[in-house]
Structure formats: structure tokens, C-alpha cells
Design a protein around this ligand. Sequence first.
Ligand SMILES: [Cu+2]
Length: 492
Amino acid sequence: MSVAVAGLVALGGVACSTAPPEAEVEVTFERPLAIPPLADSRVEADGTRVFRLTADEGATEFLDGTETATWGFNGSYLGPTLRAERGERVAVEVTNGLDEGTTVHWHGMHLPAAMDGGPHQMIEPGDTWRPHWTIDQPAATLWYHPHPHGETEEHVYRGLAGMFLLDDGTAAAAGLPHDYGVDDIPVIVQDKRFAEDGRLTLDDSGNEIGTLGGTVMANGTLGAVHEVITERIRLRLLNGSTARTYSFGFDDGRSFQLVGTDGGLLPTPVETDHVRLSPGERAEIIVAMEEGTEVMLRSTPPDLGAVVAPAAFGGDDAFDVLLLRAADDLTASPQVAATLTDPPPPDESDPSDVTRSFVLEGRSINGKTMDMDRIDEVVTVDTAEVWEVRSRNPFPHNFHVHDVQFRVLSIDGEASPPELAGRKDTVYLEPQRTYRLLLTFEDYTDPRYPYMFHCHLLLHEDEGMMGQFVVLEPGQEPEQSPSGSSGHDHGD
Ligand SMILES: [Cu+2]
């Protein structure tokens, strides 16, 4: 539970127990949308593409004339976009320039547990961590962010996040715009709570789900405008907020094509006028533009399912996010293909199938809160499993699994809707419904390092709504992680 501790004042304005009141921020849509730069990389003799990220403190001018203390990778806020091809070997040299330990997790990535960047891969101040792996999954919009146990909400909120795009050569054939920063646009959406002096503050007043800021920005730009020069534009939407769920659409109610979700392209485009994204989820959408017109990307009150008093959880909130302004002359765009990917249908028939049940309640999963020294689930490599996930609370949770992309087989026994037909790593849990997920664990066994499963509402995660699983060879036993909490001071 979120407990405000009277009299405790933290430095820096975030995680302060008596957060100052939220300032009313007037937003006019006139600033160019910041596009995170594509990260530089070098290719070593063995073909490994190496990126560098340094987490550091900085200051960002979100509001004209006001400097706000922020954190960022290779800059003051957010980080560059990493990009790699399927089959490539990659490495990232991650340096921690902060005064406290952090980690960097590759959200949505299929990779060895020791490279995952969860709470077992702490990077102490001044240290550099160098995970490496081979990209072995379809093209997708992934992202990276810190994952230190108990501190993730604050680290992400201060600004540590970025996109990690994967390519596999299919975008052109699928008719998808793919010119980064021109017609293929990353859109990291985050809500913030500004104090009168411009500081970012977390809400410690005890909202069950954490901080719901009254100011929403895209890529760190308040009142963002993007000039569109093509007939169609692809927006890669990422909900990079700590707690808020959005329902994205356009102010004129126009429909668009949903072509991708967390882990890659959908089998076929889904025509819709809104897409719901809970924290951590992504959606790739294609929007058709008319010459010389403008349209606003908005978030309208999201359907949170059977949440009691949804207004307390953002269920009544609406925001303008990004103004798309089309040039008087637009370059032709290709037609989006009718079939985007052709994945094999989910196969539940494997006799080795295991079904596990996960009940989310309060800050626990199956009645347990996170313990870095406890392995909650042992998975055997080369098997498919069904995980049945259910929230018992009348307020929002979602569910994120590291290492794998899952398929949503059904919700309360009914076939999942077309927007959930693709590869997912995070799913919103409408209260009191059972989500049946199919997960396939193909490789990367490790008896010592676990992967995480958790609620991606970051306050919940920090307060213990997380568990650990290992992937093992048949007959193998889990071993104590060398980075378990017994040997590690988390500073709490
Ligand atoms: Cu939760």
C-alpha cells in the first residue's frame, strides 16, 4: 500500500512525502515534436553492433523559461532510439552517471536472463555494464528503461526511457512508412505533475495506482506539433507513463489502422478509432492525412473495465497529445498490405503444456510480494505454457512478462479481440476477468538468473507486485542468484 510518511523530505523534488500542489500548465501546440535521435553505434570485428548509453542528471526546459531537473540517457531527458536488425549481434555499454544504482531493462526483448537488465543487474554509480545478445525476434517497437527494485517509478518518471526498434526487412513489403523521423515517428507519451517552480513531483497523496499527472507530453515535448509531408504516417505509440492508461484517437474521430502491438505486426491491419494503452504497452498506427489539414492525436477517457470509481484512476481524463499538421503537398505513401504477417496459429496441443495461475491483488501476485531470493516459477525450456492471469482488485493493474512475447488466447473464455491478436508482452487487466496467455520458452536457460513477471504500474511493481521465474533444462535446479537481495543493499 502507498503510505505517506509525514515529515520525510527527500532531495530533488521527486519521491518527496509532501509533494507540492500540482501547477496548472497551459499548453499551446506550437513546439516541434522532439524526435529522439537514432543512437550511434560501432560494429566490432566479430560483427557485434555496440551502442553506448550513459544515464545522467540534467535539466530540461519543458516550460518556456523554466529549467526542470531531469534524468536522461546521453542527454537531459529520455534517450536515443536504438535500432538493430533481426540476426544481428548487439551489445550496449551502459554507464551509470547517477549518484545511485540503477539498471536498464530491454522491455519486450527475447534475450538471456543475465542480459535482461532487471533488478539482478544493478549498475552502481560510475560503473559500466555491457550486456550482449543476438536479436532473434520479428520487427517490433520495444523500449528500454530502468528496473531497480523499489525505485523504478522514480527513475522512469525523472526521464530514463527510450525506444529500441527492431527490423526484419518486412516493413516495406507490408506497405508501412519506414523513414524514421519523417513518416515513421516514435511517440513516447508520459503524464507529468509540475510544481509551481517547474519541478517534477510524484503524487504521494495515496492514490492507489500512483501518480496521475495533469500534463501530458510526447517525447518530452509539451504542446508538440509534427509536420507531415507524406500521405500516411506511422506513429509508434509507447505509453511511457508510470500509472496512467490512455485511449488514443483523433479529435475529428477519424479511424486509423492499428498495424502493430508490443512484439510486432498484427496478422492484418485493424481499422479502429481508438486504442487503449496501459503503462508499458505499444501500438503502431497508420494515419492517413489530407493536404493542408491538421488533426490532433488525443487521449479520451479510457475504458478501464469494471473499475470502481474510474475517475480516481484517470477514467474521466482527456488530453491533447500531438498535433499533426499536413503540408500543402503530400508525397504519395504505399498502400498498407492486407496481410502484414502470417504467424502460425497458437498451438495449445503440446502434451508438455503447463498451466499456471496468477492472481493479482493489492501489491501481491498469488499472495506473495517480490523477494529477490525466491524463485516463484520454474519453467522448462522448449515448452509452451498457458498462464491464466486475473486481477481481483476494483482498480487497474496490468501484467508484463520478461523474455517472451505471449499470445492472448482468450478473456473470460471468449476469443480475444483483433487488437490483441498479435505478440504482446504487457496486457491491461480489466478487473475480475481471466486472461489466458500462451507463452513459449524456446531457449536461454540459466539456473542462477531469473526473469520477472509483474504489474507495470510502476508504484505497484516497486511495492512488490512482482515475481521471478527461471527457464531451465529438464532436470536442472534453480541456484541462488549471485545478485540476490541477501548480498545486496537496495538502499531502502
Ligand atoms: Cu498493479
